[in-house]
Design a protein around this ligand. Sequence first.
Ligand code: AP5
Ligand code: MG
Length: 215
Amino acid sequence: MKMILLGPPGAGKGTQAARLVEYFAIPQISTGDMLRAAVRAQTPMGLKAKAAMDSGALVTDEIVIGIVSERLQQEDCSSGFILDGFPRTLAQADALNATLLDLGKNLDAVVSLQVGTDVLVERLTGRRACRGCARGFHVRFDPPAVEGACDGCGAELFQRDDDQEATIRNRMDVYHKQTAPLEGYYGQAGLLKVVDGMAPIADVQRQVLDILKAI
Ligand code: AP5
Ligand code: MG
């Protein structure tokens, strides 16, 4: 399965990607997670990306296209991958097409998770992420068994710096201006599958799996 999870901040891309990783045994490629790791490690790329991420703006196409192209060439992507948070601009989508063409691969599906703005804000303000394995939780909708600790690896949970309401609103604006046009792009390519992302996590997972199993 070679697919993209598309959707605004908080739509559930990371949540669903983690479940698809288990089901299909293919890697999740989250540009957000990769960039946050680079910021933490204070690599030259992380230092360049930090200001944009803190404000809710996009990191340059050049940086993210570079990290995804490199990642897709790794052995564990040979039987498939789940792109989460990439592409986010038309230039990134074109670059992805070029990379896949070079690798002799085609996308199977682009799954778009649809969620209303008020629900997105509630999800993001209540989100917690694991410092160890990056797994996501929600204080109400998907709480960990032990408050403040990851169910998977036991590491501490934290709130992302960009999950403050003002930054969330900026990320939404950026999504509508720069990323939403990708729905039309992939619709024209015959790859777009639209899913109601407002349902509980397990129901969204079922909808996504039903679509993917039919491909
Ligand atoms: P990124 O990390 O990709 O953030 P995002 O797109 O804003 O998306 P999120 O991770 O916030 O949301 P999600 O859809 O994964 O939701 P989740 O599953 O966690 O990017 C961060 C920044 O990095 C960007 O702003 C940009 O600066 C930079 N960047 C990254 N990629 C880039 C690119 N390609 N180009 C340029 N810059 C880039 O769910 C959210 C919460 O809701 C969780 O708490 C979860 O438990 C809960 N939840 C999920 N589903 C449900 C449900 N069905 N019902 C109830 N609760 C749910
Ligand atoms: Mg995410």
